[in-house]
Design a protein. Structure first.
Length: 71
């Protein structure tokens, strides 16, 4: 039950935080969305561990930042 509560709280925080993305570039928005999704995924996979949540956010942010870049 605790994991679901943590994931729900993180998802709500991500939605509220992303509502201010109107002035951001597309790449910045992708980074923020990736970090939010990564944080939720990290929390769920590690049972709400703070380290898992932060690690997921970091990895998700990097992936989101690279989405759509030309190589």
């Amino acid at each position: 039950m605790r994991t679901a509560s943590v994931a729900g709280a993180l998802a709500l925080a991500a939605v509220v935080g992303l509502s201010g993305c109107a002035g951001m570039s597309q790449r910045d928005q992708n980074t923020a969305v990736g970090a939010g999704i990564g944080a939720v995924g990290g929390a769920v996979l590690t049972g709400g561990s703070a380290i898992g949540t932060v690690g997921g956010a970091a990895i998700g942010g990097v992936i989101g930042n690279q989405v759509g870049t030309k190589r």
